[in-house]
Design a protein around this ligand. Sequence first.
Ligand code: FAD
Ligand code: NAI
Length: 514
Amino acid sequence: KPKKRFSVLKWTWRATYLSALATLGYVGFGIWEMRNPEDQPEPDPSKKTLVILGTGWGAVSLLKKLDTENYNVIVVSPRNYFLFTPLLPSCTTGTIEHRSIMEPIRNFLRHKKAAVKFYEAEATKIDYEKKVVYINDQSEIKGDISATEVPFDMLVVGVGAENATFGIPGVREHGLFLKEVADAQRIRTRIMDCCETAVFKDQDPEERKRLLHMVVVGGGPTGVEFAGELQDFFNNDLKKWIPDIQDSFHVTLVEALPNVLPMFSKQLIEYTEKTFQEETITIRTKTMVKNVTDKYIEAESTGPDGKKVLEKIPYGLLVWATGNALRPVVKDLMMQIPAQKDSRRGLAVNEYLVVKGTENVWAVGDCAVANYAPTAQVAAQEGAFLARLFNQMAKTEEIEHELKHLSVEQEKAPSKEARDQVFTEIKELQKRLRRVKQIGPFEYSHQGSLAYIGSEKAVADISWLSGNFASGGTLTYFFWRSAYLSMCFSTRNRVLVFMDWVKAKMFGRDVSRE
Ligand code: FAD
Ligand code: NAI
């Protein structure tokens, strides 16, 4: 009997050993495959040219699911990488290094079935009538040719949006935005610059206070997440390494509406405001910034008696997060299409994401208006929908071509049997065509909203069955982390982000100024 027990143990060990070996082999093969892509067939110019503008959430989600063998695909974007924006606020304080949330578009495109052309350039104009996109190399190094044109048969506009300033004077000159990697780097440098300058020898206490006043304008999720990250940075690292700033460092969030995070449920708004209070972040609601100078902002606040007061708020760092505005290339396209004349917030699209007033132009993400919030979730679902649509359109064309060929064959058939056989084939194909053509309109499925609010707390409004589930706190923070980790673009990104989190926990954030 003891012998038998021993053999069960032995076999358990063997099975564990073998499955560990198999897992290692599987992961190893995955990495090897990722680093050694197979040869790709060149793009076929005889096929329809599908031009995709952008490498953001909408465009990349389309490219992920698109069968590139069906089209001559060309991608144009000034950014040769995809950026996982939900973790961008963490890059402003060094919780996460920016390269951990970037995925080179070249690596990704090299794994598609058929090759895709990529041009690192900005689309400066879309000529709808001529079916041409004008592109411009905006990078530092330019060759003899830095501007040219790309003709298209089909066009997808996924250029996102730019930062809204509402024409408020001084914002562009003195404020910092938070949309791109370079913005996060600028903010990180500026935070450290303010701290080091504040403790400069003989610095006046008032000036020190100004330099250490970190003002965030816009109480949407971008502003809230950044304010939370910044306060964490101060609490966990800055005040330890630069104790002299301890009494003067302060974060203020300015919001024009009566509360922050308007898209979240009331209880989560209250929870966020309470958490900010505990973290000593000041929230100034019903306060509208009207003017920005290099050292202070001018804001109009409404008191409890309804009276308006204009005040000057000095700042060292000003982060401007007041939402989205149209990109010039989108505005220009809208002006060319009469059906777009009443649209204000972006390209109005129909339920198949076709830009209204056109036949061969589609729009996804923040530049499109389809009655959904401008979020990554919406953009990604729109992109995936277009991929399905385009794959089916290609299949439809292929079947229709085959049907034409068969009807000619049927006419030429030498005997009744042969004619009947072709007839059966035609019937089968027509059935397949009907199936393929059955693609319903785009329907957005809302999974919920998540936001980090600092001190290891997050808020979540999750769509659950047919209801809504709201939660806030530390457990939600772990949910937030695992959700975003799983949503990262690639395994490489996931590993890097995870390592950054471990690194920040073990050694703290890096307070050196680049
Ligand atoms: P983008 O992702 O912005 O991509 C636009 C692409 O177009 C870029 O590659 C850009 O380089 C390119 N481009 C720009 N101009 C041109 C041009 N002229 N020609 C060609 N290409 C051009 N949403 C969520 O759902 N959850 C979140 O947690 C979340 N967090 C966020 C955090 C931050 C800090 C920010 C700024 C946004 C966040 N969002 C979040 C919103 C989300 O990032 C956007 O809704 C999403 O990026 C929109 O996708 P898009 O493809 O339309 O545009
Ligand atoms: P937003 O549009 O959501 O919020 C901007 C805020 O700025 C508004 O509340 C507005 O009232 C305020 N504002 C405008 N002008 C002002 C002024 N002059 N003075 C004071 N306040 C002013 O913008 P945000 O946060 O940049 O987000 C953009 C989009 O990205 C949104 O759709 C958002 O849902 C999405 N996003 C989602 C995130 C998440 O789900 N965690 C994180 C970040 C962004």
